[in-house]
Design a protein around this ligand. Structure first.
Ligand code: IMP
Length: 425
C-alpha cells in the first residue's frame, strides 16, 4: 500500500483518527494535507487518552515520521500545546515535521471568524471559530503568513503589517485588543518559530523519498467529503478541500503516487454546524445515537446532529473520492435499534425521485430521504473481532452498504478501544 489516502465520507467525525491509527502501523510516513485545528479526535490506548487536533495520531507509533503538510493551516500556539501535552504523556515527538509552506492562523483570523459568524446571525455557518476560513482567505489573497516566516523576524513583521492593515475596518471594534498589537504579535510568533524550528521541513520531499524508496505514505484527511469547499453542501462547508484529490496538492505529490483511497463513515450519520441533513432524526432514535455514540464535538463540545445512514451521500462520496475501501465505524451504536433504516434515495419537494446527490442547493434543502428497513440486532458487539463473530443482521447491514456503494468494507469499528476493530475480507 504505497500511497494511501484516508478521507471522511460524510460530514466529519467519522473516526478517521482510529482508522489512521490502525493503518499507520504499516506506514513509514503519515501526513495531514488540509484543515487545521477545527479537526479533533481522541485515541484511547491502554487506558490512556490522547487528544489530537493538528498532529497526526501516527505519532503514537514510535519512530514514525508524522507530517503536517503545506495544505494545513497551523495555529502554532495550539500545536505547541499539543506537543507539550504529548511530551507530558511520554510520547516521543521527534518524528514530527511541519511544512515550511503551511499557513499560520493568526489572532486576527480567530477574531474575524467569530465576528463573521456573529454578523451572519441566523444565517451562520456554525464554524468552529478557530480562524480556519479567514486563514485560507488570506492564503488565496496572498496575504498569508507561512511557517517559514516565523524564522525571519523582519519578514514576519512586514507580512503581519501587510495582512492586518486591510482588515482594520473589519477589526475596528477590536482596535484596543492586545492580541492585535503588531510588535507583540511579531515577538509572539517569533517565539513560536524558535520552539518549532527543529520540526520545520520540506514535507513534500519527505513523502517523495519514502515513496521512491518503496515505502508507504498515509495521507490523512480532516473534516470530510460533504464539508468540501467545492463539492460539499456549500456554503455550509469548511474552507479547504477534504476530498482525496486534495491530498496531492496539500502534501505535494502527484496523482499517480496514490494507490488506494479509504473512505471512513459511521454506521449512521452525524453533522455539526448548520446546513442540510436529509436523514436527520429529531426523535428518540436520534437521542439514542447521540447518547450511545457520545456524539459531542471533540473540538467545540457541541452536540452533534444525528440521523440514519445516508447512502445517497455515501455513493456520492464513493465516486467523488474514487474510494477503494470503506471503513465503517461505530456499528455497535446501532445495537438495540430494530429495524435499522437506511436512506437509499431522496424525494424532492416537487415529488421527483433523486437517486443521486443533488448539485443544486435548493433541491438538497427541500429533499426528503426515503428508506429501506433492515433487521436490527440487540447484542453487544464490542467483543467481536472477526466477521463471523458479528450477528447475522450486522453482517447483512455491511453487505447492503457494500452492494449499494460498490466499495468493499474492509474495517468495522465495534467500540471506542483500539482493538475494537474487525477486519473483513
Ligand atoms: P470551520 O471549518 O471551522 O470553518 O467550520 C465550517 C463547518 O465545518 C462547520 O459546520 C463546522 O462544524 C464543520 N467542521 C469543521 N471541522 C469539523 C470536524 O472536524 N468535524 C465535523 N465538522 C467540522
Amino acid at each position: 500500500m504505497p500511497g494511501v489516502v484516508i478521507v471522511g465520507a460524510q460530514w466529519g467525525d467519522e473516526g478517521k483518527g482510529k482508522v489512521v491509527d490502525q493503518l499507520a502501523e504499516r506506514a513509514d510516513v503519515v501526513i495531514r494535507f488540509q484543515g487545521g485545528n477545527n479537526a479533533g479526535h481522541t485515541i484511547v490506548r491502554d487506558g490512556q487518552e490522547f487528544k489530537f487536533h493538528l498532529i497526526p495520531s501516527g505519532i503514537l507509533h514510535p519512530g514514525k515520521t508524522c507530517a503536517i503538510g503545506n495544505g494545513v493551516v497551523v495555529d502554532p500556539k495550539v500545536l505547541i500545546g499539543e506537543l507539550d501535552a504529548l511530551r507530558r504523556q511520554r510520547i516521543d515527538v521527534s518524528g514530527l515535521r511541519i511544512s515550511a509552506n503551511a499557513h499560520l492562523i493568526m489572532p486576527y483570523h480567530v477574531i474575524l471568524d467569530t465576528a463573521g459568524e456573529a454578523k451572519l446571525g441566523k444565517y451562520e455557518i456554525g464554524t468552529t471559530k478557530r480562524g480556519i476560513g479567514p486563514c485560507y482567505t488570506d492564503k488565496a489573497a496572498r496575504l498569508g503568513i507561512r511557517v517559514q516566516d516565523m524564522l525571519d523576524p523582519k519578514i514576519l513583521r512586514t507580512k503581519i503589517f501587510a495582512a492586518m492593515e486591510p482588515k482594520k475596518q473589519l477589526l475596528r471594534p477590536f482596535e484596543r485588543d492586545p492580541r492585535l498589537d503588531l510588535h507583540a504579535m511579531t515577538e509572539e510568533y517569533q517565539r513560536y518559530g524558535h520552539r518549532l524550528e527543529p520540526h520545520i521541513a520540506d514535507t513534500a520531499k519527505i513523502c517523495w523519498d519514502a515513496l521512491d524508496a518503496g515505502g508507504t505514505v498515509l495521507f490523512e484527511g480532516a473534516q470530510a467529503t460533504l464539508l468540501d469547499l467545492d463539492h460539499g453542501t456549500y456554503p455550509f462547508v469548511t474552507s479547504s478541500n477534504p476530498v482525496a484529490g486534495s491530498a496531492c496538492v496539500g502534501a505535494g505529490v502527484g496523482p499517480t503516487d496514490i494507490d488506494e483511497v479509504w473512505g471512513v463513515c459511521k454506521a449512521y450519520t452525524t453533522r455539526v454546524g448548520a446546513g442540510p441533513f436529509p436523514t436527520e432524526l429529531d426523535d428518540e432514535i436520534g437521542a439514542h445515537l447521540r447518547d450511545r455514540g457520545h456524539e459531542f464535538g471533540t473540538t467545540t463540545g457541541r452536540e452533534r446532529r444525528c440521523g440514519w445512514l445516508d447512502l445517497v451521500g455515501l455513493r456520492y462520496a464513493a465516486r467523488l473520492n474514487r474510494l477503494s475501501a470503506l471503513a465503517i465505524t461505530k456499528l455497535d451504536v446501532l445495537a438495540g435499534l430494530d429495524p435499522i433504516r437506511v436512506a437509499i434515495r431522496y424525494r424532492s419537494s416537487e415529488g421527483a425521485v433523486l437517486d443521486r446527490f443533488p448539485y443544486h442547493q435548493t433541491v438538497l434543502h427541500g429533499a426528503r430521504a426515503e428508506y429501506v428497513e433492515l433487521p436490527g440486532f440487540s447484542e453487544d458487539i464490542g467483543e467481536c473481532r472477526t466477521e463471523d463473530d458479528l450477528p447475522q443482521p450486522a453482517r447483512e447491514y455491511l453487505a447492503f452498504i457494500e452492494r449499494e456503494t460498490g466499495v468493499p468494507v474492509k474495517l468495522v469499528g465495534v467500540g471506542p478501544g483500539r482493538e475494537q476493530m474487525v477486519a473483513l475480507g
